[in-house]
Design a protein around this ligand. Structure first.
Ligand code: ADP
Length: 455
């Protein structure tokens, strides 16, 4: 069911219930007030007739004649007068006798002084009347035909008003709920237009402060993130193909050139050496990509265990030193380590080693002395590592970009690479709930800091 209809139904149910409760209340209180007023009227009629009978001494036959000749004697108030011993003293029309008084009824009136009750469609009043120190019992009964028909009319007016008000409410409600939900329909239309090829499109935000504005804003923010990630993916793919194409094209070119004519053994060796270097570049790139894919896994799917960071650093150092004889990596403890737990972290051994190797390798390859100093520090919550070099440094405006995949700084000509290392390292550190930071000055050197929580 659409929200428009649901809201309207809910509102109608609530409003309908309140309106009918209101109408019923008005009807019941009007009916009660009609009945009470008519009892008062009957009482007045009874007393007037008793006054005529006892005070004005109007003969009973005259009173009966007046009653009989009234326009509609059936609805005329019929009065009877008894003494307290149930002897009938006067009756407007004995042959009609609407009330059919009994001895019990007379006793009850004597006892309670005044009673009112309904008998079929009749309203009856019984009361005591005192004249010349003598007590009489008077009953008066009639059907409030006019009152009841007015009440019926009132009931129909209420029902018709109810139907009209509810119909108007349905029409107005449908219109206003529709108007209120119009922006949602607009959002739906706009969103349907957005596909992978036009991710730049945005939903119009009419009022940032209302819920629909918030929805549109949230949606636009999501589109911003999607667009960024899509662009990232596109760049990533084109970067990979570029990185693969260059060494492959060089290998193909070198091999073709070698085949053009007969070469000396030395020349062939040179071609093989060059091709091997390009092939190694390709191997490094594919290994990097493989690690990047591993680091992009969900953290929960990667096996984690408690590891000593100093041991990981030693292993990483060993791997780095194997890549070049010129490289030097020093590992320094900045404080006494009392407990193994102080330098332990929970992590994936392979990935953390990859991250440390990248940082050590960068420090060595971007510094003329090819030297990296790693310091180990810790506090209650984390292990703090720093990878320092006295190399060529990075320009300040580049610092925010160096963690982007395939980004290589202006200093890239200093040493070969593929631009994956730091983006991979950042992914791995973030995956371990850690933080990586950098501080660098051109010509002085760079410091990469890594904070890893103990568990
Ligand atoms: P690569 O080293 O393959 O170029 P990285 O992702 O490891 O790719 O690094 C990205 C860029 O950051 C490098 O091209 C370089 O410009 C800069 N960089 C990283 N580490 C250092 C460092 N220790 N000293 C100077 N520049 C660095």
């Amino acid at each position: 069911m659409k929200i428009r209809v649901k809201l309207l139904l809910l509102f109608l149910m609530l409003f309908g219930a309140l309106l009918s409760a209101f109408a019923v209340f008005i009807y019941v209180s009007t009916a009660k007030s009609r009945k009470d007023q008519y009892y008062q009227h009957l009482k007045r009629e009874a007393i007037t007739k008793a006054n005529l009978l006892f005070d004005a001494k109007v003969p009973p036959a005259v009173l009966q004649l007046i009653y009989k000749n009234s326009l509609n004697s059936l609805f005329e108030e019929e009065v009877a007068v008894y003494d307290t011993s149930f002897n009938l003293l006067y009756h407007d029309a004995v042959q009609i006798d609407k009330v059919k008084e009994t001895k019990r009824m007379i006793d009850q009136i004597t006892l309670q002084k005044e009673i009112t009750f309904e008998q079929g469609s009749l309203q009856v009043v019984g009361l005591l009347y005192i004249h010349n120190h003598k007590t009489y019992v008077i009953t008066a009964a009639a059907n409030d035909k006019y009152g009841i028909s007015r009440l019926e009319e009132f009931k129909y007016t209420l029902i018709i008003s109810f139907i009209i008000i509810i119909s108007l409410t349905i029409a107005a409600g449908y219109y206003f709920v529709g108007k209120a939900l119009n922006p949602v329909a607009e959002i739906v239309d706009k969103v349907e237009e957005i596909t992978a090829t036009n991710l730049y499109k945005r939903v119009q935000v009419k009022n940032e402060k209302d819920e629909i504005g918030e929805l549109a804003l949230t949606f636009n923010n999501m589109l911003d993130r999607l667009e960024l990630s899509f662009d990232g993916q596109k760049n990533f793919v084109s970067n990979i193909s570029h990185e693969l194409r260059t060494p492959l094209a060089t290998i193909v070119g070198e091999l073709q050139l070698a085949l053009i004519r007969e070469r000396s053994a030395e020349e062939y060796k040179e071609v093989i050496r060059l091709s091997l270097s390009d092939a190694r570049r390709l191997v490094r790139l594919s290994n990097g990509l493989l690690d990047l894919a591993k680091a992009s896994y969900d953290q929960t799917t990667v096996s984690m265990k408690e590891l000593r960071t100093d041991e990981l650093l030693m292993d990483a150092r060993e791997a780095v030193l194997k890549t070049s004889e010129d490289y030097r990596v020093d590992i320094v403890f900045e404080q006494e380590i009392d407990d193994d737990d102080d330098i332990s972290v929970k992590g994936n051994e392979y990935l953390l080693k990859v991250a440390f190797i990248n940082l050590m390798e960068n420090a060595c390859k971007f510094s003329p002395d090819h030297q990296c100093t790693v310091t180990i520090n810790s506090d209650d919550s984390k292990v703090k590592l720093s990878f320092r070099d006295s190399g060529i440094g990075i320009e300040q405006e580049e610092l925010s970009n160096i963690f982007t995949a395939f980004y290589r700084g202006k200093n890239k000509d200093f040493s070969p690479g593929n631009g994956i290392g730091l983006s991979l390292t950042q992914k791995i550190i973030t995956m371990h709930n850690g933080v990586i930071g950098v501080n660098s000055t051109v010509g002085t050197g760079s410091v990469f800091t890594v904070d890893l929580p103990h568990v």
